[in-house]
Design a protein around this ligand. Structure first.
Ligand code: GTP
Ligand code: ZN
Length: 185
């Protein structure tokens, strides 16, 4: 763990008016640095490492969906959490990806500073790249702490973003099948 991040957190605590010598705060710079490194560990990952070769031959060409993947990310504007769910669907063309790897791909991008739209797009393109699918659909639904805890202070708005690639974009039937299966229609 870099001491630099720890020192920067110490400076932040001083700047916000904390007494960094009080008992409960003493180890906070170290803890906060460790937490921040965890929350942004996606910067240290790449797609090959995350997928780890888990691409398998399959003659199934029916739509595969993984829905309700938990999402914990942080917005690049305020470094505050946005939390929600990701739904991913794809149309295999001879190759399927290990089930857990879709969630790992979501996490790799989520554990970087993001805006939700870009996160959605990155997940879709990564699934497309590793599977060679005929199409990919990704929908992200999330609540943004920067809108809830501060700023406009709206507690019930949920942002929905979607990326549709290939057949999910060109065929309304494919898109409808996806939306029906994730119960968005
Ligand atoms: N489109 C999009 N906007 C986001 C996301 N996360 C945060 N934002 C928005 O980014 C914008 C930044 O606006 P600014 O006016 O520069 O910053 P600000 O003064 O902190 O804005 P307020 O949040 O309105 O107080 C705000 O409207 C946020 O709601 C995201 O994932 N996608
Ligand atoms: Zn924000």
């Amino acid at each position: 763990m870099s001491d630099k991040l720890e020192n920067l957190y110490r400076e932040i605590l001083v700047e916000i008016g904390e007494d960094i010598s009080r008992n409960g705060i003493l180890d906070t710079p170290k803890r906060a640095a460790k937490a921040m490194k965890f929350l942004t560990h996606g910067y240290e990952q790449d797609l090959d490492e995350v997928v780890n070769g888990a691409i398998f031959d399959s003659d199934n060409d029916a739509m595969v969906i993984v829905k309700d993947i938990e999402l914990y990310s942080m917005c690049e504007h305020h470094i505050l959490p946005f939390i929600g769910k990701v739904h991913v669907g794809y149309l295999p063309t001879g190759k399927v990806i290990g089930l857990s790897k879709i969630a790992r791909i979501v996490d790799m991008f989520a554990r970087r500073l993001q805006i939700q739209e870009n996160l959605t797009k990155q997940i879709a393109h990564a699934v497309q790249d590793v599977t060679g699918a005929a199409g990919v659909g990704v929908i992200v639904e999330a609540k943004h702490m920067c809108m809830m805890m501060r700023g406009v202070e709206k507690q019930n708005s949920v942002m929905t973003s979607s990326t549709m690639l290939g057949q999910f974009r060109s065929s309304q039937n494919t898109r409808n099948e996806f939306l029906t299966l994730i119960e968005k229609r």
